[in-house]
Structures are given as C-alpha cells and as structure tokens.
Design a protein around this ligand. Structure first.
Ligand SMILES: NC(=O)c1ccc[n+]([C@@H]2O[C@H](COP(=O)([O-])OP(=O)(O)OC[C@H]3O[C@@H](n4cnc5c(N)ncnc54)[C@H](O)[C@@H]3O)[C@@H](O)[C@H]2O)c1
Length: 435
C-alpha cells in the first residue's frame, strides 16, 4: 500500500512520520525544495519534540520528494496537510488545497482515497471530490474523506500517536472502513461520521478551546479589579468535571496558526450563512485586546517606554515550538519599538527563519541573563521552561529596575515576595519589593 502526504509542515510531516512508525511506506511531498532537501538529510524543518529521532528511526519507510507525479501516480491514500490561512475578510484561503487537487487529478493513475487533514470550511470535501473527479482521467475517480487533525504544536508526535480520537467523515461506507482499517495499528478510538459533521467537529473543537481561553482571561481581568486570585479560581472551577482543568490558564491570549484563523473562519462562515456566532466573535475580540494588557500594566511604572530598555522573554506563541504565527510577540514587540523602547529579546528556538517576521531593531540575546541585564522592565510572553525555572532573584540583581510583567503567570506570587521585584501577572494581585 502506498501512502502520500502532501505538505511537510506541522501536520503533514508528523502524520507521515507517525504513519511510517506503525509500518507503512510513506511518501512525503512538498513544493519547497529546501525543506525536502533538509528532510532527506534527516533535518526537520520544524521544531517538534521527538520528530527528528523518529525520522531517523523510520527513514527506510519514508521518501521525501518534490516530484508530484511520482508521489501521486499510484498512491492508495493521499493525505492533504497543506496550509489554509485566512483571507483578509476572515474566510479560509483554500488555494493550496485546490493546487493539490489539481495535481492529484493530473497525476493519479488509480482511484485513491484523498483524506483532508487540513482544516477546511464545512462543505469543502463535498466540493473537492467533485472538483477532482471532473478533471480525473477516464476510468479513475477519487473518494474524498474528511480526517481533521487535532495535534497541538509542541506535543505533535505524542498527540498523533496517542490522539484522543480519530475523526473520519466519509460519504460512503467503503471509504470510511478503509480509513478505519488504515488507522487500526494506532489502536485509537475512531469516530465515523459524514463529511460536513467531521469538518464541523474540527472548528467546533478549536473554537470551544479558544472561547475557554478568552473566558478565563476575562475572569482574570475581573479578578484583578475585585481582588480575587485567578489561580485559585481556575483550580476551583477545574475540579468540576463538566468544566475540566485544561485551558483555564490566564494570560495574554492564544496565538499560533490555528485558533486565530479557525475562530475567524467560523465566524465568517456563520455570517455567510446569515447567522452571527456571538460567542466566537467575543472570543476573537477578547483575545485581540488581551495581547496588550502588559503594555497597559507598564503604565503604572512608566508614562512612556520611550528610551526604556525592555527585556522580552519568549517570542513563540507557546513553548515547545518555533512557530511565530499569530504570536502575541508579533503585536507587542512592534508596539514597544514604535513607542521608542529598546527591545532585548530572548527565545530559545527562534532562529533566522522566524526573526525576519519581527521588525528590525530588536536586539536578540543568547540568554535570559543577557536580556534582563540593565533592563528597565521585563515582559514575559512565552512560558518556556527556562523562564519558569529561572532564578527569580536574578531579576532584581541584574535589571536596572526590577519590574517583571508576566503575561503567562510563570511564577507563584508567593515565590516572588521578598525577591526585590515589582511583579505583575494576569488575574493576581501585584507583588512589590516590600512584600
Ligand atoms: N499546525 C497545527 O498545529 C495544526 C493542527 C491541526 C490542524 N492544522 C491544520 O493543518 C493544515 C496545515 O497546517 P500546518 O501548520 O502543518 O501548515 P504548514 O504551513 O506548517 O505546512 C504546510 C506545508 O505545505 C506545503 N505545501 C503548500 N502547497 C503545497 C502543494 N501544492 N503541494 C505540496 N505541499 C505544499 C508548504 O510548503 C508547507 O511545507 C492547516 O489547515 C491547519 O489549519 C494545523
């Protein structure tokens, strides 16, 4: 059996490698020659725990290529894992998905199952099947199934191998059973449904989590105003199984390549159908404002940050990934620079590839000590283990003024007492050096 995966990003590459890990021969196709060339050398173009080790372990079963014809010609299963960014109006840009569809129609010389892993608006798989089949060579046809991906960056390999569920949306029972059979070695629950419900499960899940984050962030903002502590509030809520403990961490909001676009796309889709999803709109609005609360908090200490040195700890949208897409840093750092602040940034994985997404003028530091030394203020944007485990006494020791504004609640407020710092976090009372 031949499996081809189109796209070697977070979803495509991890899918391909995990399928190889259970014994399948997999062809990973990408248009980006540099990526493919790196993959052939065993180098992953993305930072993801355990991925390179697995690529090495299963290299005999994985082919990396840019050759579309070879990849699609006799594939039995084709997984689509290409990007679906949002358009300016909030709708999903499906040009990469349709480019793959064109290639499948041009090169496939059997009748493969095409599994759409990319997150696509409800109804896409129906349209895609017709689109490809209208162009296929006589005698061949594809069956398109929806197979949304639920992995989270930073834990992508584990999330794939130990997924909470595999969702397959199919039009015909044969395709559904073929997909179920393919996933059998993973020994995971498989939920079979129709294509539209499957596509909706993906958006409904992501948007629910985004809503949960925005909700706890609003509760945190109110906690500050009424003198309550968000840590205790979230713990108290999380014990209720109907609510659950996860995604109740207050902070500066969600980022990444999924939640921001998936909320906007679903909202766009609801409006397109003449219905306004007010809850999703609220999640989007709260998240947008939440990014700027650290700058608002800095006003307590400085009227303006012009000429002040600000240490920024963490740039990625969350720890464990090198992804800067929609990271709060992309809004906060330019705002700091625009105000005239000197920004000294530290992040353990952001390299040249991603630095280009931030404005010029940022001073990149190779250690936290380096970044905070001489700073007038420190902002924490990503809860990297290095930040969480940092010796907090160093802030007062190394900074010009020990003011730490923590957008990820990395430290217990008790632990910050007596450390000579002003410590501001989200949804908790501030700590002063006298405390
Ligand atoms: N990143 C996540 O955590 C995550 C989780 C679940 C679902 N998703 C969804 O999965 C999809 C892919 O996301 P991603 O983050 O892996 O994207 P990505 O941008 O990391 O990777 C996409 C890859 O596809 C390649 N590509 C583009 N056009 C191609 C074509 N015609 N043929 C072959 N390759 C092509 C690109 O070069 C790139 O390497 C999106 O729809 C996203 O919403 C992402």
């Amino acid at each position: 059996m031949k499996i081809t995966v189109a796209g070697t990003g977070y979803v495509g590459l991890v899918t391909g490698v995990c399928l190889a890990s259970v014994g399948y021969s997999v062809t990973c196709l990408d248009l980006d020659e540099k990526k493919v060339e790196a993959l052939r050398r065993g180098v992953s173009p993305i930072y993801e725990k355990d991925l390179e080790e697995m690529m090495a372990q299963h290299r005999e079963r994985i082919t990396y290529t840019t050759d579309k014809k070879a990849a699609y010609a006799d594939a039995d299963f084709i997984f689509i894992g290409v990007g679906t960014p949002e358009n300016e109006d909030g709708s999903a840009n499906l040009s990469a998905v349709y480019a793959v569809a064109d290639d499948i129609a041009s090169y496939a010389v059997n009748s493969p199952i095409v599994a759409v892993k990319s997150t696509v608006p409800i109804g896409t798989c129906d349209k895609l099947e017709k689109y490809i089949n209208d162009k296929m060579k006589p005698g061949f046809e594809v069956r398109v199934v929806s197979n949304p991906e639920f992995l989270a960056q930073g834990t992508a390999v584990r999330d794939t191998l130990k997924a909470s569920r595999i969702v397959v949306g199919a039009k015909d029972a044969k395709a559904a059973q073929a997909m179920k059979g393919l996933y059998e070695p993973f020994e995971l629950p498989v939920i079979l449904t129709d294509r539209r419900s499957s596509e909706m499960i993906k958006y409904a899940s992501n948007d629910f989590l985004a809503l949960k984050i925005s909700y706890i962030n609003e509760i945190a903002n109110l906690c500050e105003l009424v003198g309550a502590n968000i840590d205790d509030v979230a713990t108290g809520m999380g014990y209720d199984n109907r609510i659950g403990r996860l995604f109740l961490k207050a902070g500066i909001g969600y980022g990444g390549s999924c939640f921001p676009k998936d909320t906007k796309v679903l909202f766009w889709l609801s409006e397109f159908h003449g219905y306004e999803m007010k809850t999703v709109k609220a999640a989007i609005d709260v998240n947008e404002e939440q990014k700027f609360i650290l700058i608002k908090k800095s006003r307590k200490y400085y009227d303006t940050l012009a000429g002040k040195t600000v240490a920024v700890l963490g740039l990625t949208f969350k720890p464990g990934t090198d992804d800067l897409r929609e990271a709060p840093s992309l809004k906060i750092v330019p705002a700091l620079l625009a105000e005239g602040a000197i920004v000294k940034a530290w992040d353990p994985v952001v390299g040249d590839k991603t630095r280009s997404r931030l404005p010029e003028g940022v001073v990149y530091c190779s250690s936290i000590d380096d970044a905070v030394t001489g700073a007038d203020l420190c902002m924490i944007l990503t809860e990297w283990p290095e930040v969480v485990g940092y010796d907090v006494k160093s802030y007062a020791k190394l900074m010009k003024r020990g003011i730490v504004i923590d957008g990820r609640n990395c430290y217990n407020t008790q632990d910050m007492m007596g450390k000579g710092v002003f410590y501001e976090s989200v949804g908790r009372l501030p700590v002063t050096p006298e405390a």
